[in-house]
Design a protein around this ligand. Structure first.
Ligand SMILES: [Zn+2]
Ligand SMILES: [Zn+2]
Length: 342
């Protein structure tokens, strides 16, 4: 019997490390020794009690590691493999999974548990059990820390597609946090010019040092004039959780362009817009939720092929025992992704 130690959020603002027995593997299960796990905004919201979930809960959904054991029907995955984990469960047979929209699977949040702790998704643990379909192999040249960035990168690849852009287009990305930067990286891969708006000067500097163009929010209207003959950006991606940004973006996007609401809002709110403005401009406002398994495959391939370098986005390494302190912080300035290594 394998024993694992996991960081459990027992109630809002409280957590500790607890030991659990890892259950026997079923025929399609894969047991992974976690080597790195990112700390995401979702985890900070779990810690702060902002999400409607039952406690105790184990967070961590940006996971990489090494396969240690596989169930008897597992193919293509073997012990010793270096992998990134798509921690969302996709049933494969519901309406959405069959329609190729597996990121909207009806059974994706089915409340898996270890002991009495709910897993969302359980990466803050020395070991994690997943289904073979959730396991993506990585090149041996990729370190575990960068491999753990596969999940947020896959979500940004998914988001980017929602805007139906072509090379030569230009986009505004609101927010220079890790998700904003991952959108800028995705834009560059696609031959799309990006401009990142953020009020935090240190965040803009960080993005500039990586080679991305930034702007203060007060200068965005002026920047718009330099795109598409002054008609506006082809798309705006909102990665900062501020409701009013959705309406503000309507004046920044060209006719037929897209506004993609990447961030969720806690609390949420209503947006009021002029129906005729939507009718006459054909602007599309859309959300983006997670990633498909194809987005995940693409993210792991781009990282494995060194087509992208996500290492600079990881600015802090911590241990599992440091999580209570880390989850109480909101990253700003030069801090981007924090990753736990084991
Ligand atoms: Zn995340
Ligand atoms: Zn499904």
């Amino acid at each position: 019997m394998t024993r694992t130690h996991a960081y459990v959020i027992t109630e809002p603002y409280r957590g500790n490390i607890q030991g659990f027995d890892v259950l026997d593997l079923s025929s399609e299960d894969v047991l992974v020794k976690v080597q790195a796990c990112g700390v995401c905004t979702t985890d900070r919201r779990l810690f702060a009690g902002k999400l409607k979930v039952a406690y105790p809960v184990i967070g961590g959904h940006e996971v990489s590691g090494e396969v240690v054991r596989v169930g008897r029907d597992v193919k293509n995955v073997a012990p010793g493999m270096r992998v990134a984990l798509d921690t969302i469960f996709r049933c494969g047979s519901c309406y959405y999974c069959r329609k190729g929209l597996d990121h909207l699977c009806l059974y994706s949040r089915k409340g898996a548990k270890i002991g009495d702790a709910v897993l969302i998704a359980g990466g803050f643990s020395e070991y994690i059990t997943v289904k073979q379909a959730q396991v993506f192999s990585m090149a041996d040249t990729v370190d575990f820390v960068e491999a753990a960035m596969s999940e947020p990168f896959a979500c940004c690849l998914h988001s980017f597609q929602k805007a139906h852009l072509s090379s030569g287009d230009s986009v505004l990305i609101i927010g220079a946090g890790t998700m904003g930067l991952l959108h800028a990286i995705t834009a560059q891969l696609n031959g799309v010019a990006s401009l990142i708006s953020d009020s935090d000067a240190a965040r803009r500097d960080f993005a500039n040092q990586l080679g991305y163009r930034t702007v203060e929010p007060s200068m965005v209207i002026e920047a718009k004039q330099r795109n598409n003959e002054g008609l506006g950006f082809d798309a705006v991606f909102i990665t900062a959780p501020v409701l009013s940004l959705i309406n503000d973006s309507l004046s920044l996007v060209r006719k037929g362009g897209a506004i993609v609401i990447y961030t969720s809002l806690h609390p949420s709110g209503n947006v009021v817009f002029d129906a005729n403005q939507m009718h006459y401009t054909e602007v599309v406002i859309t959300g983006t939720e997670g990633r498909t398994k194809e987005d995940f495959r693409k993210a792991t391939a781009l990282i494995s092929n060194a087509s992208v370098d996500l290492k600079p986005l990881v600015t802090k390494h911590i241990r599992l025992g440091d999580l209570s302190e880390e989850l109480s912080n909101v990253p700003s300035g030069n801090s981007q992704r924090t990753i736990i290594t084991f």
